[in-house]
Ligand binder design. Structure first.
Ligand code: G1P
Length: 291
């Protein structure tokens, strides 16, 4: 069955980026000149998905405005004769169909996904966590969709992480079925240091069977007192089956201050106009710090 919809949970308060997030949703922070959420929506569209379900919260409606048509801005750019920017602005508001739902209480990622249940319906769907930016020759979500097409089972993105970081992620235990592919036996969310069953961490890309919703509905609270998607995935692995794919690509954690800076440097260096200036600036800074 074709995956037509992507759920993007974007209801978090962004406490790591306070005070900026007091008024600006972190999903709208700039990645060079585009908001972070644009990058992950581009990935979904490039993977063949045309319906976006945003899980939002109070104070974050600017995200919906961003993907909406702005007739005032379009006629302003038209009068100015700025055809390039006009085309960019038009593309953004027409590239994907957007529906949104509010998560009224911060009860965790699993609960945020559950909020999208009625909008998803009874079909398999994708989830992208907008904190995880992945620059890849083949979009990460498309890599997951390939495995979903072959197996018909739910799929998660995996990345090997060092021992001292396993406590920050959902971690899997699984059987390797081919290069880079695992049949997941169990999931554990943020295992205490030294207890992780492997170094294979779940990164924020999922293709989920709709059966996940009934599991989420009855899911007890887990780590941090939150309803965890990882715990429901653990149940799904034992019944329906879940696969994991070690994706190819570079990942940045934009939910972390240093991670967001690194992502900005990465994407700036991909821009021919900006890269030379940034490299010169960094060379000067390094020279000063070495003195
Ligand atoms: C979430 C998930 C976790 C996953 C991580 C990937 O955690 O709960 O399983 O490994 O995203 O970024 P968070 O980073 O929101 O704490």
């Amino acid at each position: 069955m074709q995956v037509r919809k992507v759920v993007i949970p974007a209801a978090g308060m962004g406490t790591r980026f306070l005070p900026a997030t007091k008024v600006v949703p972190k999903e709208l922070f700039p990645l060079v000149d585009r908001p972070l959420i644009q990058e992950v929506v581009d990935e979904a569209v490039a993977s063949g998905i045309n319906n976006l379900i945003l899980v939002t919260a109070r104070g974050k409606s600017a995200m919906e405005d961003y993907f909406d048509i702005d007739p005032g801005l379009e006629s302003f750019l038209e009068r100015k004769g700025d055809k390039g920017m006009l085309q960019r602005v038009r593309e953004i508001s027409r590239m994907i169909q957007v529906a949104s739902v509010r998560q009224k209480e911060p009860l965790g990622l699993g609960h945020a996904v559950l909020c999208a249940r009625d909008l998803v319906g009874l079909e398999p769907f994708a989830v992208i966590l907008p904190d995880d930016l992945i620059d890849a020759a083949k979009p990460c979500l498309a890599q997951l969709l390939d495995l979903f097409a072959r197996t018909g089972k739910s799929v998660v993105a995996l990345q090997e992480v060092p021992d001292d970081q396993t406590h920050m992620y959902g971690i899997i235990q699984g059987q390797k079925t081919e290069a880079g592919v695992y049949r997941v036996e169990s999931f554990v969310e943020k295992p205490p240091p030294g207890t992780a069953p492997s170094n294979l961490a779940v990164i924020g890309r999922y293709i989920l069977a709709p059966g996940i919703f009934s599991l989420l509905e009855s899911q007890e609270r887990g780590v941090g007192g939150e309803i965890q998607l990882t715990d429901a995935l653990n149940s799904l692995a034992g019944t329906d089956g879940v696969y994991g794919v070690v994706f190819e690509g570079l990942r940045y954690d934009a939910g972390d201050r240093l991670g967001l800076l690194k992502a900005n440097i990465h994407y700036t260096l991909k821009d021919d106009m900006l890269a030379p200036g940034l490299l010169q600036f960094m060379a000067d800074k390094i020279a000063i710090t070495k003195k």
